[in-house]
Write a protein that binds this ligand. Structure first.
Ligand code: MG
Length: 171
């Protein structure tokens, strides 16, 4: 079950201690898109999120790594103006490997920030990349409902092993 335990768990992307990440040698922030940066049904990220990403992109290389379509990414990223990989099929390693190849980061220099255990946390674990879980911004699209159902079971099992509790944030 260790493959589902994030290194850090915070309520939102605003609660993450980016200074500490920087100090610990992190150079690249991989962000999930849907329900991490923007509500899954929305094309309009909060202005605060846009400003945070712009600020972070000066200290880190910020990359969005999403399972959503290129069309959706293109449209939303016109506001963020960072690098992105669409249709990533997380937890598959494909686009994580591309990031490492394209930008020459080591795995130790990368952290993945996302809202789902089955795509983001498992994907990061499989790749040997540190992960940060945040709570989802909104209700899910129908295609994510099955993942959330399975996630509920995972959270239950993690709780029984004292490995993770929903809402019990840690750094
Ligand atoms: Mg997501």
């Amino acid at each position: 079950m260790k493959n589902y335990v994030p290194a850090i768990y915070q309520k939102t992307i605003f609660d993450i201690n980016y200074k500490k990440l920087h100090k610990n040698g992190i150079k690249c922030l991989l962000f999930d898109l849907d329900n991490t940066l923007v509500a899954a049904h929305s094309y309009e990220p909060d202005k605060k999120v846009i400003n945070l990403l712009k600020k972070l992109n000066k200290e880190f290389k910020v990359i969005i790594i999403s399972n959503s379509s290129r069309k959706r990414l293109e449209k939303i990223n016109s506001l963020f103006n960072v690098s992105y990989y669409s249709f990533s099929l997380k937890p598959l390693k494909r686009n994580f490997k591309k990031v490492i190849k394209d930008y020459q980061f080591t795995k130790e220099e990368i952290v993945l920030i996302g809202d789902q255990f089955i795509t983001d946390i498992l994907g990061g674990y499989r790749m040997g990349i540190k992960t940060i879980l945040v709570d989802p911004l909104s209700n899910d699209l129908p295609c994510t409902k099955l993942n959330r159902f399975l996630e509920g079971k995972i959270i239950n099992r993690l709780g029984k092993k004292n490995l993770f509790f929903k809402g019990k944030y840690y750094e």
